[in-house]
Design a protein around this ligand. Structure first.
Ligand code: PGA
Length: 249
């Protein structure tokens, strides 16, 4: 089954609202396509102006986080309804930076995925190993565990709509990319894990991205691999070069 590629920018904690509008306007002229799904995942305060800036294009806007309750006394958090009302279609969940600096666990990741799905927001579910885990040879076991906990109580029909981002922590923002073979090995293992948890149809439908220093120079080789269905792009999503990942050559 042919899976549509999905290229998502993760702007992280970069760009003020006015800077975000300027970047969205610059990029939208370069990456407005229906050949691949293009998503700008932006800081919460930039969501409304960026949704407005890309109106009339095929580009979707994503959030970088959400909270797993509907509303109430959770100072500083953002609810799924707030994101939906603002025009958000995707949400990054469980990025390694959130796990490391903001105490996200596999359990909170699971709760957030269920909440996003309940509100028809597509989760981009991040997983990935540290350099130590890679050297110890436990990286596949580790990622299988992350995936199995992330998908607790997610139905097969819901799982089919999800996006998984494999991001080896040692490759994020370091300039050190996993080789295309290393990335494919893990993306295939993730697909096999989904097949075990669900079935072949679900494994065939789910989209798996690679992320970690993906750029104009390495995107083509990574995206040519059979189990890599797109990319989650940090640094290179803030530059016009982003178009060379959406349209690799
Ligand atoms: P990077 O970030 O492309 O800057 O390595 C990727 C990510 O953290 O999603």
């Amino acid at each position: 089954m042919a899976r549509k590629k999905i290229i998502a920018g993760n702007w992280k904690m970069n760009k003020t609202p006015s800077e975000a509008v300027a970047l969205a306007n610059e990029l939208k002229a370069l990456v407005d396509t229906d050949e691949v799904d293009v998503v700008f995942c932006v800081p919460a305060i930039d969501i409304i102006p960026v949704v407005d800036a890309v109106k009339g294009t095929k580009i979707s806007v994503g959030a970088e986080n959400l909270y797993f309750e509907e509303s109430g006394a959770y100072t500083g958090e953002i609810s799924p309804n707030m994101l939906v009302d603002a025009g958000v279609k995707y949400v990054i969940i469980g990025h390694s930076e959130r796990r490391e600096y903001f105490a996200e666990t596999d359990e909170t990741v699971n709760k957030k995925i269920l909440k996003a799905l309940e509100h028809n927001i597509t989760p981009i579910i991040c997983c990935g190993e540290s350099l130590t885990q890679r050297k110890q040879g436990v990286y596949i076991d580790w990622i299988r565990m992350q995936i199995k906990i992330a998908f607790q109580n997610v139905t097969a029909d819901q799982a089919k709509t999800c996006v998984i981002a494999y991001e080896p922590i040692w490759a994020i923002g370091t300039g050190e990319t996993a080789t295309a073979d290393q990335a494919e090995e893990v993306c295939l293992a993730i697909r096999e894990c989904i097949k075990e948890v669900y079935d072949e149809a679900t494994a065939d439908a789910i989209r798996i991205q690679y992320g970690g220093s993906m750029n104009a120079g390495n995107a083509k080789e990574l995206l040519a691999k059979p189990d890599i269905d797109g990319g989650l792009i940090g640094g290179a999503s803030l530059k016009p070069d982003f178009k060379d990942i959406v349209f690799p050559n």
